[in-house]
Design a binder for this molecule. Structure first.
Ligand code: IMP
Ligand code: MG
Length: 178
């Protein structure tokens, strides 16, 4: 069965995402001035968002990736992070924008923020495409958010269910039963 027949509803169309991403770039550019910006994106869900975001900037932007192993709800706040990829650029003294697809409980993001702070960036801001605010457990508010969404499981535009659906150009809600 083609993957898209398993999508019950389109939540955010390609066009809605495109125009909101352009607005986000404008907000970030206006705030961050002309400093040396490094974007750190979390694998793998943020890759599609990142690729649209970076191409909107009118200034040089460096980017790198951090991969964090996820074990579903088993990741408790006190646990050490297990990396699938560690940072490989020097962010000391630089302006860093941490980018992810979706902020859910916020636990992953909080721990990645502590990790990045240990390298001494000049500033650290957080940008997410989607914010499921109602599910937040960790004390974190993104500096830039594309859309606030309800507590529904979404796929597409980089986001997956069992590593599928990342390539959909829109954000959709999966039909019941996957
Ligand atoms: P957190 O630590 O609970 O905030 O987890 C955030 C991560 O969970 C995101 O980077 C996504 O990879 C994943 N996630 C949370 N909600 C969804 C969803 O609705 N669809 C796909 N992935 C999700
Ligand atoms: Mg993710």
């Amino acid at each position: 069965m083609p993957a898209n027949t398993r999508i019950e509803r389109v939540l955010l169309t390609e066009e809605a995402i495109r125009s909101r991403v352009a607005e986000l770039v404008g907000e970030i550019e206006a705030d961050l001035g002309d400093g040396d910006l490094v974007i750190v994106a979390l694998l793998k869900g943020s890759v599609v968002f990142l690729s649209d975001l970076v191409r909107g900037f009118d200034r040089p932007v460096a980017f790198d990736f951090v991969g964090v192993a996820s074990y579903g709800d088993a990741t408790a706040p006190g646990e050490a992070l297990t990396f699938t990829k560690e940072l490989s650029v020097d962010i000391a003294g630089r302006d860093v924008l941490l980018v992810d697809d979706i902020l859910d409980t916020g636990r992953t993001m909080c721990r990645v923020i502590s990790y990045l702070r240990s390298f001494g960036p000049a500033s650290l801001h957080v940008c997410v495409l989607l914010d499921k605010r109602a599910r937040r457990q960790a004390p974190i508010e993104p500096d830039y958010r594309g859309f606030e969404i309800a507590d529904e499981f979404v796929v597409g535009y980089g986001m997956d269910f069992a590593d599928q659906f990342r390539n959909l150009p829109y954000v959709g809600i999966l039909a019941r039963g996957g």
